[in-house]
Ligand binder design. Sequence first.
Ligand SMILES: *Cc1c(COP(=O)(O)O)cnc(C)c1O
Length: 357
Amino acid sequence: MSEITITRTTKPGNLPDATKLGFGHCFADHMFVMDYEKGKGWHNSSIVPYDEFCMYPSAMVLHYGQAIFEGMKAFRTKNNEITLFRPQDYLSRFNRSAEILCIPQMDTKMVHEALKTLIQMDKAWVPDCFGTSLYIRPFVVATDPYVGVKVSDTYKLYIILSPSGAYYAKGFDPVSIKVEDKFVRAVHGGLGEAKTPANYAASLKAQVEAQKEGFTQVLWLDAVERKYIEEVGTMNIFFKINGELITPALNGSILGGITRRTVLELARHWGVKATERAISIDEVYEANAKGQLEEVFGSGTAAVISPVGELSWKGQKIVINNNQTGPFAQKLFDYVTGLQYGKVEDTFGWVETVAKL
Ligand SMILES: *Cc1c(COP(=O)(O)O)cnc(C)c1O
């Protein structure tokens, strides 16, 4: 592995009180940076103080959006160890997104080692309270100073760290969701499978309109027939119907969540039938009419599990499990967070201890 050049901050900051953290505003002292240049490959690995950086106004990412990112977390366990959850799975997906955006492949083992070094340096920034975490945001941007459309020849990879408060500070709160029948997030053959800023830009308008109407998030339907369910907001979605767990199959326009994979693997491990297939919104409404729709929940790194209490499709509203968190959603949340915070023994090899306080 190439050496990482380390420059320590001369102005170390302080971790705010866990109750004041919120999400995404506060950043740890250091960041990892690496450059890519055609012919030279990835080089110049360094850890430097978190700060502004220079880029030409013509940098390609600013004009045509050639960029990818990841979102993962580090946790502080009750034994004051710092853990990562399935880190190699997130980094493999990073490379999959890179491939879709024509960004050069990274050595995920090297990035993994760099991430561990960074977290060891900033371990004091991992907040100490159940539900809080150090959010990890790796990203790559195209940096060629060029305003024509092409694949960039130069890139920068960054990893920044953001201590985050508990997602459920006031306990589980099932959300009210609008089934989106006008806007779409992604199409087959598009960028839906990649974690890339463009997909988020494409989702803003629907999100704003849904929030104006009093909903928390939108449920995306497929872009062709507006019939098959894709994702909820920026999470994958699960339906428990008549004892069976169903989630849309990864069809090319859905982001393959690591939490989604964890949910499927745990369900199967517990002997619950878990199926990945196309599921239409009509099927969900019919199951509800027959009294068979037991639970609906989203899955993602930020919330882990987010119970859905209400769905509204073309003005028709259905209430799921009395707008209460269902037992299966609760069991998954407790188990996954239990693994992450070291309360449940890891028999899957998902948890990696990277530092000790
Ligand atoms: C990140 C993301 C998810 C959830 O993936 P996790 O790996 O579970 O965090 C789902 N949908 C979209 C669009 C995403 O960007």
